[in-house]
Design a protein around this ligand. Structure first.
Ligand SMILES: [Zn+2]
Length: 114
């Protein structure tokens, strides 16, 4: 899901203030949440997926997220806070690398999806 150019520019500027402002203006409370995830370094890049650690762990893959906000409220049509956080993290490099496959634990993932 491409980010609005305003957000992309703010992410590239390296200014937290500009980024926060752009996220808030473009995404409202989801932008606010995304900023929090980035600030707290909750975005993890496993070998296979990006994972955002919120109340639970959510897998973000391109334009898709496993969280209920994305699946139920947004019906997959616009990005949730996790997708926004991952897209921004891809630009800023503000994520932790985990040298493992997330899907090595299929039972966990099935549980988390409910
Ligand atoms: Zn999500």
């Amino acid at each position: 899901m491409p980010l609005p150019s305003e957000v992309e520019k703010a992410a590239k500027s390296g200014s937290e203030y500009e980024l926060y402002k752009a996220l808030l203006l473009n995404f409202g409370k989801r932008g606010d949440k995304a900023f929090e995830y980035l600030r707290d370094r909750r975005v993890k890049k496993y070998r296979d997926f990006f994972v955002v650690v919120g109340k639970e762990e959510y897998i973000v893959e391109g334009n898709f997220c496993t969280c209920p906000d994305f699946l139920v409220n947004l019906k997959g049509k616009s990005p949730c806070a996790h997708i926004i956080a991952v897209e921004v993290a891809k630009i800023t490099g503000n994520y932790d690398r985990v040298d493992a496959y997330y899907v090595d634990y299929p039972d966990d993932i099935l549980k988390k999806k409910k």
